[in-house]
Design a protein around this ligand. Structure first.
Ligand SMILES: [Zn+2]
Length: 236
């Protein structure tokens, strides 16, 4: 049996409510990772998602590459997004229970990696329970110890752009790659994944309801979706 946790980055967007409705209908509980900037741009859509019980984590305020800015600037980015998310939950009338974090581009800050992990821990961010991830490289790279939420499979569907040459079929090919560089094939025996999709209106324009296409395909291939569980970072 293959199982997966679904994560959706760069929340929120105009198509967020439609994504939320679809996932609720399918009984899938994802983690959305928000940039403060996008939440401010699409505030009503973000409120809708939180009211529907969606978990929204921190993905920085303006999505910079953390290895190219100072450690102080990284912390400011995280803090500024926290303020937006605290207000979002408050305005939605929902208690904010979980605070997961994902680095923009999965860039853990280069030389500042240790300092940033320490900061995330001190700030009480929640580590997504990843003990089910079976791939040796997950531990070899210390991902099992990190507080932030990395992923095992990225659909990279944001590459579907005018004239990019990257299409729905390219995503399909990636989904069915049996020997990916990451060593984590999407389908196959007993795979456990943290999947990465994006809430991008640009993709919606190119391929309407793209998220349905991909998730439907996973469901048809027997993938089940787990509810994310969390470990408090102070517990590790
Ligand atoms: Zn992102």
């Amino acid at each position: 049996m293959n199982s997966a946790i679904l994560t959706i980055d760069d929340f929120s967007s105009k198509n967020t409510p439609a994504i939320v409705d679809y996932l609720k209908e399918k009984g899938i509980r994802p983690i959305f990772f928000a940039t403060g900037q996008n939440v401010e741009r699409n505030y009503e859509e973000a409120v809708y998602a939180v009211k529907q019980g969606m978990i929204v984590g921190n993905h920085s305020y303006s999505h910079p590459a953390f290895s190219s800015i100072s450690v102080e600037a990284c912390m400011e980015e995280i803090e500024k997004c926290e303020q937006v998310l605290d207000k979002l939950y408050q305005d939605s009338g929902v208690k904010r229970v979980y605070r997961p974090f994902r680095f923009p581009y999965g860039d853990k800050g280069g030389d500042n990696k240790a300092a940033l992990q320490k900061y995330l821990k001190e700030q009480g961010f929640h580590k997504v329970d990843d003990r089910h991830i079976p791939y040796p490289w997950w531990k070899e790279n210390g991902l099992d110890q990190d507080i932030d939420t990395f992923w095992t499979f990225d659909f990279v569907e944001y590459n579907i752009r005018p004239d990019s040459g990257f299409t729905k079929d390219s995503v399909w090919e990636k989904m069915h790659d049996t020997e990916p560089e990451t060593g984590a094939a999407l389908f196959g025996k007993d795979n456990r994944h943290i999947l990465l999709l994006h809430a991008h209106d640009e993709t919606e324009e190119m391929l309407p309801e793209y998220y349905k296409l991909f998730i439907e395909h996973l469901l048809e291939n027997g993938v089940t979706f787990d509810e994310p569980k969390f470990q408090s970072s102070s517990m590790t």
